[in-house]
Design a protein around this ligand. Structure first.
Ligand code: PLP
Length: 398
């Protein structure tokens, strides 16, 4: 006989934890599919490509060879070395393996860093719209999440003067994300240089920067730049990056943080207290990803570029939609103010009436109203079909 379960008494902090609504939209889309609807998935933030064969082979080889045991909490030395070499070479900086911590996916770097640095009532600046976990984690530890905007008219680059104007005595951390989810915006070297200059004179050594560079390999024009490239900022910047997006390895759970060694030790201590370590055989696959052929990344990037162009041109031809050309990641972020409806309404109508799953800009913070996020991690054929459906919906309803 079923017993009635009482609701557990949860710690108060749980009421402050947010979520990622991409997963919720996916569940709703799957329910509609189970009822016979055909949905085109443009809500999901992961590459639709398989992980390259040589990387998969490295993992199966490692399993066969017995890499099935615990490893060091900060990561296997060979992967820490490969990451230090790769991060350093791509950004033109010197990185020591002692500055690298390997984690199961890059997300724990966000969580651990905020746990390690942020006290109750501290202030953390974060992009709004932005990856929803930033605000969630900051609120979870009892700190204040202070939003800054990414103006569409600046191609969704940061406005350094706004960031600087929001720094107070209690600011402890600034979160940057470039290339940016959800806008696809990329921080220019000029903006990074002026932010570095402003931060080097403002309460030096007290304000850290979490630089989320998980999309650093997915740049369509120019080169990726990082705040860590500006000398006084290197020791105050924590680079977050990983394998999920660059090598289509979301399900492997493999990421890393790069930071000064004393901080790296504290993050490793949080690993000891949580995951113990990252799976050993996936780490060896990570070494192969970084040191093996890079054609898989280049091919994925050129396919994404084709899809981006199709998406931007297609959306700009639809009444009520206005879409900038994003320079990185695999998202487009059209302004839909011209529809005269809220983002939530349009996202809902596209899902239920047009069979196209996308995310409301508000899934990334309140300042995302007036926008939608479409991921183009889907085939050209499906993207074209989705554009036709959206155009059909707009013709009928706007
Ligand atoms: C901006 C941003 N940072 C971090 C992550 C997390 O990456 P991982 O899957 O490696 O944990 C994501 C994933 O969607 C992301 O969009």
């Amino acid at each position: 006989m079923a017993t009635l379960l009482h609701k557990p008494r949860l710690a108060e902090r749980m009421s402050r934890l947010g979520t990622e609504s991409a997963f919720e939209v996916l569940v709703r889309a799957r329910e509609l599919e189970a009822r016979g609807h055909e949905i085109i998935h443009l809500e999901i933030g992961e590459p639709d490509f398989p992980t390259a064969r040589h990387i998969v082979n490295a993992a199966t080889d490692a399993l066969q060879k017995g890499w099935t045991h615990y490893g060091p909490p900060a990561g296997l030395p060979q992967l820490r070395e490969a990451v230090a070499e790769d991060v350093g070479r791509r950004r033109g900086i010197i990185v020591d393996p002692a500055e690298v911590v390997i984690t199961p996916g890059a997300k724990p770097i966000m969580f651990f860093l905020i746990l390690a640095l942020i006290e109750k009532d501290d202030e953390v600046l974060y992009p709004n719209p932005g990856f929803p976990i930033y605000e969630s984690m900051v609120r979870f530890v009892g700190a204040h999440a202070v939003p800054y905007a990414l103006p569409e008219k600046h191609d969704f680059d940061v406005d350094v003067s706004e960031i600087v104007s929001k720094i107070t005595e209690r600011t402890r951390l600034i979160i940057l994300n470039s290339p940016h989810n959800p806008t696809g915006g990329v921080m220019s070297r000029g903006q990074l240089a002026s932010l570095a200059e402003a931060l080097s004179i403002s309460r030096a050594n007290e304000i850290f920067v979490l630089s989320d560079e998980i999309y650093s390999r997915l740049i369509y024009e120019g080169q990726h730049s990082s705040l860590a490239q500006f000398p006084p900022m290197k020791e105050r910047t924590i680079i977050l990056d990983g394998f999920s997006k660059s090598y289509a390895m979301t399900g492997w759970r493999l990421g890393y943080g790069v930071m000064r060694p004393d901080l790296a030790q504290q993050i490793a201590l949080l690993m000891t207290n949580s995951n113990s370590c990252t799976a050993s055989f996936t780490q060896l696959a990570g070494v192969e990803a970084l040191r093996g052929p890079q054609t898989c990344v280049e091919e994925m990037l050129s396919e994404f570029r084709r899809r981006r162009d199709l998406m931007v041109n297609g959306l700009n031809a639809i009444r009520g939609f206005r879409c900038r050309q994003p320079h990185g990641a695999f998202y487009v972020y059209p302004n839909i103010a011209g529809t005269g409806r809220s983002s939530r309404e349009v996202a809902e109508a596209l899902l239920t009436s047009a069979g196209v799953a996308c995310l409301s800009g508000t899934a990334f913070g309140e300042w995302g109203d007036g926008y939608l996020r479409f991921s183009y991690a889907n085939s050209i054929e499906n993207i074209q079909k989705a554009l036709d459906r959206i155009a059909g919906w707009a013709k009928k309803n706007l």
